[in-house]
Each structure stands twice: as C-alpha cells, then as structure tokens.
Design a protein around this ligand. Structure first.
Ligand SMILES: CC(=O)SCCNC(=O)CCNC(=O)[C@H](O)C(C)(C)COP(=O)(O)OP(=O)(O)OC[C@H]1O[C@@H](n2cnc3c(N)ncnc32)[C@H](O)[C@@H]1OP(=O)(O)O
Ligand SMILES: O=C([O-])CC(=O)C(=O)O
Length: 374
C-alpha cells in the first residue's frame, strides 16, 4: 500500500493560500479569529459579535451590535415556498441533507445575483438556518408547524426556543452561544476549503455554502459530534468505555471525536466545551455520561496519545441540553456558515481559480482494443 504520509495525501502541511481570518495551531495548540484568542471571545463576546468580526474584520461597538442583532432578527422568517419544501422532506432524511437542500432552495428564491449582495446573502443564511433546521424537524417529527420568529435576541436563544417553544434557561443560552463561537471558524478545514474552491470559480454564495454543508456532513469532519454521541451512549460505565474502546482500536476503528489534522497536542476548544459539559451534567442531575466521556479522554490519551477535538464534549453538552442527536451536526452549520461566508468573501477579494495538479499513477499510454476482442 502507498504510504499516505509520503505522497502528501490530504495536502497535509501544505499552504493552499492566505487568510486574515484565522490561525489554527500556530503555536502548537492555539486558535485565533482575526487576531483574537478563541477563549477570550468565548469569555467576553457573543456569537453575533464573532459573526460581525468575521464579516467586517473588527468587533462591533454597542450601536453596531444593536443594529446587527435587529437586522438578523428581521431575516429569520422563512419564505412560504421554502416551508412547503421542508414539509415534503421525510422524517428519516439525514438532517444535513435537509440543510443542504434548504440552502440551495433559498438560493433559488433569493439568488445572489451580484457579489455586492454577498453580506446580505450571508446574513440571510445565518439568520435562517436555525428556523430551517427546527421547522423541518418539528414538522416531520412532531407534526407541529412552528412560528419561525421568536422573542430571543441571540441566535443561541432563538434556536433553543424554536426547538421546544419554551424560553431557554440562561445557562443553556450561554453554553449554546459559546458552542456557536467555538465552531464559527477554523481556517482551511475541509468544508471551508470546499467553499473557497467553489468561490474561486466565481460561483454564488448559496452554491459555496451548499457544497460546504456536504463536506461538513462526513463523520471525519462535522459529523463526528453525532458519531461521538452514538458511541458514548453505548458505554455503560467508565470501565466499559475503556474496555470497548480497546476493542475498537484493536479492530483499527476510528474513535470519533478524537485526533486532528492540524493540532498535535490538544484542541483549544475542548477545554472550553468540556468545562460547560461538566456544569450541564450537574444541572441535568446525572453526571454518568460526563464521567464516561472523561474516561474516554483519559484512555485515548494514555493508550494512543490522541486528544479530544472540538466535537467530543460537544456531544454530551448538547445531550444535557436536550438536543436530539440528529441535530448536532446541523447546529455546526448554523455556526460555521459565518466562517464559510467570510472565506468566500476573502477568496473573492483576490481570486484565482483553485486548480492544483495531480501526480499520475495510472497505466502507460495504450490503444483501445475493439469491443469484440476485449
Ligand atoms: C470539528 C472537526 O472536524 S474535528 C475532526 C472531527 N473528526 C473526528 O473526530 C473523526 C476521528 N478522527 C479522525 O478520523 C482523524 O483524527 C482526523 C480525520 C480528524 C485527522 O486525520 P489525520 O490528519 O489523517 O490524522 P493523523 O495523521 O494525525 O493520524 C495519525 C494516526 O492516528 C490514527 N488516528 C487519528 N485519529 C484517530 C482516531 N480518532 N481514532 C483512532 N485512530 C486515529 C490514524 O489512523 C493514524 O494512524 P496510522 O498512522 O496508523 O494511519
Ligand atoms: O480544521 C479541521 O480540519 C477540522 C476542524 O477542527 C474544524 O473545521 O473545526
């Protein structure tokens, strides 16, 4: 078998362009958005401030934030035609396919005709995704046709209220807000790179985001938070987790929520969401899933020197907030749309079509044998 590390598989370690938006693992483990450390943003900013930062390169002042919040609120409702499409999508559809379809259909109804509309299209998607996800989920699973507007100012509160029709607690709103900040941007990860490749052909914002959703869907990327949840729910205790993980590793299975393409020692988002997961587990009144998650973390580090990435403790945190597992990866979309859109805009500022080369390893030149002689 060809050694993937020697053949440059996955473009690992190669620069594929420049960005002002983000650094990942620059000093081994750090993560910054436009120069701000992600932990600083998680402690001292809101998701909408981060979205504004990614779209405008600077954090908003109070009046800019108030205007931004109010404009996002005005963009939350869904066109009736999109609601009708969502009502047609079966309950057993993968929710990421719902997000991809809805993104594409919104692009049919409200196309980005000129690049001057790029901020408008980005904010529209950002404001509409929580309603897209919840409208489809609640209609197909509960038979309820929800109102896509809520009284919540934040995206976090808006999503949580759409999901249950109840006003979320301050703790749940805070954790969801932090989660959206942690997932917002991550340099040239697979889905963002997909968006940039699409943007480099001078395609429209909706096509770039729809493509990115398709890339995020896979379990090696955003789909890992859902896969991690499915895994930890199968473990009955910390001891059982260690036993089953040893068996999985012996079968050479990938353990979802562990490892990273860029970070080598830790993912800086993990310590933040882990802390919130612990707090939520106490509020939930049963810490066993958190304890199992900690046992997984210890086992993977001790046995393979593999650490939790952003997805692992998101699984238990979302679970403690009562969020259905199948919505875990779509929540990632609601956040990462900010990073995708910011990268599309950056790509357009200094564009050249992205078109690498391949090393040919196929057959030598040959001629077609007539079909009757093959
Ligand atoms: C928000 C996000 O998208 S974060 C990523 C979410 N994805 C996951 O959690 C899926 C599980 N993790 C993985 O599959 C990988 O770690 C990836 C895709 C994230 C990174 O892949 P790579 O860059 O190829 O990993 P890397 O080169 O560090 O792998 C080194 C070795 O560790 C192994 N390894 C890496 N992660 C894992 C894992 N989670 N479980 C078991 N083994 C692993 C690899 O198989 C490889 O072994 P090998 O040398 O025998 O082939
Ligand atoms: O950077 C990556 O390869 C994956 C990741 O953590 C992210 O997109 O958040």
């Amino acid at each position: 078998m060809v050694d993937k590390k020697l053949t440059g598989a996955g473009l690992r370690g190669q620069s594929a362009g420049q960005t002002k938006l983000c650094t990942v693992g620059k000093s081994g483990s750090g993560l910054t958005y436009c120069g701000y450390d992600v932990s600083d943003l998680a402690d001292n900013a809101t998701f909408e401030e981060v979205a504004y930062l990614l779209f405008n390169s600077e954090l908003p002042n109070e009046s800019q934030l108030a205007d931004y919040l109010s404009s996002l609120k005005g963009l939350r409702d869904l066109p009736q035609a999109l609601k009708e499409v969502l009502k047609l999508i079966p309950a057993d559809t993968h929710p990421m396919d719902v997000m991809r379809t809805a993104c594409s259909f919104l692009g049919n109804l409200e196309p980005e005709v000129e690049f001057t509309q790029q901020i408008q299209a980005s904010n529209r998607l950002l404001a509409a995704f929580p309603a897209i996800m919840c409208f489809w989920y609640r209609y197909s699973h509960e038979g309820v046709e929800i109102d896509c507007q809520t009284d919540q100012n934040s995206t976090a509160g808006h999503f949580l209220k759409l999901l249950t029709s109840k006003s979320p607690s301050a703790l749940h709103k805070k954790v969801m807000d932090v989660s959206l900040i942690l997932y917002a941007e991550h340099e040239f990860n697979a889905s963002t790179f997909t968006a940039r490749v699409c943007a480099s052909t001078l395609s429209d914002m909706y096509s770039c985001v729809a493509g990115a959703i398709g890339s995020l869907r896979g379990p090696l990327h955003g789909g890992a938070n859902e896969a991690a949840m499915d895994m930890i729910q199968k473990f009955s205790s910390p001891e059982d987790a260690k036993k089953q993980m040893a068996e999985m590793l012996a079968r050479k299975e990938k353990i979802m929520g562990f490892g990273h393409a860029i970070y080598r020692a830790s993912d800086p988002r993990n310590v933040i969401i882990k802390k919130w997961s612990e707090q939520l587990s106490k509020e939930y009144g049963d810490t066993s899933l958190y304890d199992i998650s900690v046992a997984c973390e210890e086992y993977m580090w001790d046995s393979k020197k593999l650490f939790c990435n952003a997805d692992f403790f998101h699984a238990s945190a979302y679970h403690f907030m009562g969020i259905p597992t199948k919505l875990f990866t779509p929540i990632f979309v609601c956040s990462r749309v900010t990073g995708w859109a910011a990268h599309v805009m950056e790509q357009r500022q200094n564009n050249r079509i992205i078109r690498p080369s391949a090393d040919y390893i196929g057959s030598e030149p040959r001629v077609v044998t007539p079909i009757s002689e093959r």
